[in-house]
Design a protein around this ligand. Structure first.
Ligand code: GMT
Length: 380
């Protein structure tokens, strides 16, 4: 199949999922065209089936806002025609589903009929998409998609609650490539660089936006390090990072917290991590938690959104109400208290992650693509 994938190219779950999906599809012989404004951070182009087309938005003094949707839909039209692309798969409704629909209409005008699948990722529904300024356009473009998928049951429920959706929504959970994680089990894990032998290593990875409740992470860690020797690895960058650094200074724990900034070596950090923290206000899925679990790292998370579909209470970790940092710290200590307990949770986390292996999830996308393309053969 020849598939165009539209996504955000930045460090963020939706872009990561779209990129990893495209790369695996390419490995399976499909021709994949990534169409976005810069090269996705996890995209390696060394595969003859992977193409990347950059969307350029020329500056013009009249524009206060650059018309990205316009440039994206034009690029989609051009690439569909040039490469005979058979399907559009857009990740994140805003503005990708809207631009994709416009491209479909322009192509239809020229006698080219192409299906579009929209994958909802979370904030495009719960935080941003639900804003009254966007809602009519988001509702319209979801309803005009040929197929809609969501990354969790919880996100599907939220979408149906918040929007007037006529389309069916199919849940296809996010995934992890376990083979990649296991690629080199004997690769050195430089734990000693980061912590002393008796210290537990706790990690958080995100884009440091408000929704991640970064101060909660610092408070949970503060409570943990009062009881046991521990270090906190803060990986990522975003608007809440500086405040977090100040909070660590105020609490007198700055020397126990390492702020990495954005990293392309997540696997290396997770390799020596004992516990992952994700106390978010909401998470449609929590891909970062799944990535941690695939490295055998248990998770302390909030119980909001799709997190209970990924982190299993008392098995791969624990879940608490949003903001209940005391309980989260107590649960963290339950896991970290001795090696035997920690090792059970580590094994369980990996066990749950296996359920989300790309080998189990990718065929669901392939089947949907095939169905969408077949539907359109009848239209042609
Ligand atoms: O919240 C983020 O970290 C970024 C955001 C995105 O759009 O990239 O993540 C959303 O999509 C991810 C991939 O499907 C999910 O794993 C995240 O849970 C979701 N974030 C939220 O719902 C807040």
């Amino acid at each position: 199949m020849k598939i165009a994938i539209v996504c955000y190219p930045t460090f963020g779950g939706s872009g990561v999922v779209a990129t990893e999906l495209g790369l695996e599809l390419a490995r399976r012989g499909h021709e994949i065209h990534f169409i976005t404004y810069s090269q996705p951070v996890r995209l390696a182009l060394l595969n003859p089936n992977v193409h990347y087309h950059e969307v350029n938005v020329p500056e013009y003094p009249l524009f206060h806002y650059q018309p990205y949707e316009l440039a994206l839909s034009s690029k989609l039209v051009d690439m569909v025609k040039l490469y005979k692309i058979e399907l559009l798969h857009v990740h994140y409704a805003i503005p990708h589903a809207y631009a994709g629909y416009m491209a479909k209409q322009m192509l239809k005008n020229e006698g080219i009929h192409i299906p579009m699948i929209t994958t909802l990722h979370g904030t495009d529904i719960t935080l941003v998409g639900n804003h009254p300024f966007y809602k009519p356009a988001v509702t319209f473009s979801i309803n005009k998609s040929d197929y809609v998928t969501s990354v969790s049951q919880s996100l599907k429920d939220d979408t149906l609650k918040l929007f007037n959706i006529k389309n069916k929504i199919k849940v296809i959970p996010n995934f992890i490539e376990l083979d990649k994680v296991k690629k080199d089990p004997d690769a050195p894990c430089h734990r000693y660089v980061m912590a002393k032998e008796n210290e537990r290593i706790i990690t958080h990875i995100s884009n440091f936006r408000k929704v991640k409740r970064i101060p909660d992470i610092i408070k949970i860690f503060y409570n943990i390090q009062k009881e046991i020797p521990a270090k906190l690895m803060m990986v990522g960058d975003g608007p809440e990072k500086e405040k977090a650094e100040i909070l660590c200074q105020e609490l007198g724990i700055y020397d126990k917290v390492i702020f990495f900034g954005n990293s392309n070596e997540i696997d290396k950090i997770l390799c020596f991590t004992d516990l992952f923290l994700l106390p978010s206000e909401t998470e449609s899925f929590g891909l970062a938690a799944l990535e941690a679990m695939s490295c055998g790292v248990p998770v302390i998370s909030s119980n909001s959104g799709g997190l209970p579909e990924v982190n299993f209470e008392g098995y791969s970790g624990y879940l608490s109400d949003v903001g209940n940092v005391e309980e989260m710290a107590v649960n963290a200590l339950k896991i970290l208290k001795d090696d035997a307990t920690l090792n059970v949770f580590k094994a369980n986390a990996l066990e749950v992650a296996k359920k989300f292996d790309i080998k189990n999830i990718l065929p669901k996308y392939e089947a949907l693509y095939q169905k969408a393309i077949n539907d359109y053969k009848e239209i042609k």
